[in-house]
Ligand binder design. Structure first.
Ligand SMILES: Cc1ncc(COP(=O)(O)O)c(C=O)c1O
Length: 331
C-alpha cells in the first residue's frame, strides 16, 4: 500500500513558489538576487493598513472569525463592488479566503466531478490547470494568438465547449500576458455562453487596478448581467494594495456556490486570518490614491523596459495591464 495518496500525483508544486523559495535561499546565502519568481508588487503595504492591523490586534481581533469572512470585511467588499464595478451583491454572496488562490481552489473543489472540463485560455496563470487536475477535473487549455493580443475569440470558445464543460476561467488583465477585454469583447463571449446555460464563468479580476494607457476596467458580471447567476468574480487585496503576504482574497457570486465553498473552508483553514481581514477592511475602505500612483509607476516601468528587452533580442508586445512582460524568446 503506497503511503502517498493518488491525488498527490495529479498536482505539481507551484513553479513560481518554487522559484521564489530558491531566490530566498540564495539571498540568505548572501547572493545578490533580483527575485522575479512570484507576481508581487515591490511596494510596501500602505502605512494606514499596517496601523489598522496593529490596532485590530490590540483590540482583540486575534480569535477565530466567521468561516468565510467577518461581517465588516464582507460589507467592505460589497461596497467595493458597488463603487468600482457597479455590481450589487449581498454579504451572503461574498466568500473571503486566504488569498484569491484559496477562493479559486474552493470553487473548483466544490464543483468539479471526475472528467468535468474547465476551459483555460493560454497563456495562463500556472496554478489554474493544477488546481483543476487536483479537483479531478480536466483542464482544457485554449491557445490564443499574439497577433490577437492573446484574447480568447468567441468562435474558439464556441468550438471548445462540450457537454462536459463546467467552467470557463477568464483572467484579465491576465497573468502573464497582460491581456484585457473591453466590455464589448466580454459581451461577445457572453453571447456564446448564453447558448450553453450549464457553463459557469470564473472571472479572475486580481489585476483590476493595474491597467495602462487610460483603459477602463470591465468585468463579465457587469458587462453581461444575464450571466450573473453563473458567474463567480474573484478579486483580492494582494496586488492592488501590495498585501501578498496577508493572504486575503475574495469571491462574489451565487449564494448557493458561496455556501458550498464555505463548507469546504470550514473543514480546511476554518477562516482567513483575523488580522489580515482587519487589514483588508482598512485597505478597501481607506484612501485609494496610492492605487493610482502605483499603477502609474508600473506603467512607467513597462515603458522603460520594453525597448531594453527589444534591444536584448527579446521583443515584447506592449501589455495593456498587469505587471508582467511576456517577451518572445524563440529567437
Ligand atoms: C491571475 C492570478 N489569480 C490569482 C492569484 C492569487 O492571488 P492571491 O492568492 O495572492 O490573492 C494570482 C497570484 O499570482 C494570480 O496571478
Amino acid at each position: 500500500m503506497a503511503f502517498f495518496a493518488e491525488r498527490l500525483a495529479r498536482v505539481r508544486p507551484s513553479a513560481s513558489s518554487g522559484a521564489a523559495q530558491r531566490a530566498r535561499e540564495l539571498r540568505a546565502a548572501g547572493r545578490d538576487i533580483v527575485n522575479l519568481g512570484q507576481g508581487e508588487p515591490d511596494f510596501p503595504t500602505p502605512e494606514h493598513v499596517i496601523e489598522a492591523a496593529a490596532r485590530a490586534m490590540r483590540g482583540g481581533a486575534t480569535k477565530y472569525t466567521d468561516t468565510d469572512g467577518t461581517p465588516e470585511l464582507k460589507a467592505a467588499i460589497v461596497e467595493k463592488f458597488r463603487r468600482e464595478n457597479g455590481l450589487a451583491f449581498e454579504p451572503r454572496q461574498i466568500s473571503v479566503g486566504a488569498g484569491g488562490k484559496q477562493v479559486i481552489f474552493n470553487a473548483l473543489m466544490a464543483t468539479l466531478d471526475p472528467g468535468d472540463e474547465v476551459l483555460i485560455p493560454a497563456p495562463h496563470w500556472v496554478s489554474y490547470p493544477e488546481m483543476v487536475a487536483f479537483a479531478h477535473g480536466r483542464p482544457v487549455v485554449l491557445p490564443t494568438e499574439e497577433k490577437c493580443d492573446f484574447k480568447l475569440a468567441p468562435s474558439a470558445l464556441e468550438a471548445a465547449i462540450t457537454p462536459r464543460t463546467k467552467w470557463l476561467i477568464l483572467n484579465a488583465p491576465s497573468n502573464p500576458a497582460g491581456t484585457t477585454y473591453t466590455a464589448d469583447e466580454l459581451r461577445a463571449l457572453a453571447a456564446v455562453l448564453e447558448r450553453h446555460p450549464r457553463v459557469w464563468v470564473m472571472s479572475d479580476d486580481m489585476y483590476e487596478h493595474i491597467l495602462f494607457d487610460g483603459r477602463r476596467f470591465a468585468t463579465l458580471a457587469q458587462a453581461a448581467p444575464q450571466l450573473a447567476e453563473r458567474t463567480l468574480t474573484v478579486n483580492g487585496v494582494s496586488k492592488t494594495y501590495s498585501m501578498t503576504g496577508w493572504r486575503i482574497g475574495f469571491g462574489a457570486g451565487p449564494a448557493e456556490l458561496i455556501r458550498a465553498m464555505a463548507t469546504l473552508q470550514s473543514q480546511s483553514t476554518a477562516n482567513p486570518s483575523s488580522v489580515g481581514q482587519a487589514a483588508a477592511v482598512a485597505a478597501l475602505t481607506g484612501p485609494q490614491e496610492l492605487v493610482t500612483s502605483r499603477n502609474a509607476e508600473f506603467e512607467r516601468r513597462r515603458d522603460a523596459l520594453l525597448p531594453k528587452l527589444a534591444a536584448a533580442g527579446l521583443p515584447c508586445r506592449k501589455p495593456a495591464g498587469a505587471f508582467y512582460l511576456y517577451p518572445r524568446a524563440h529567437g
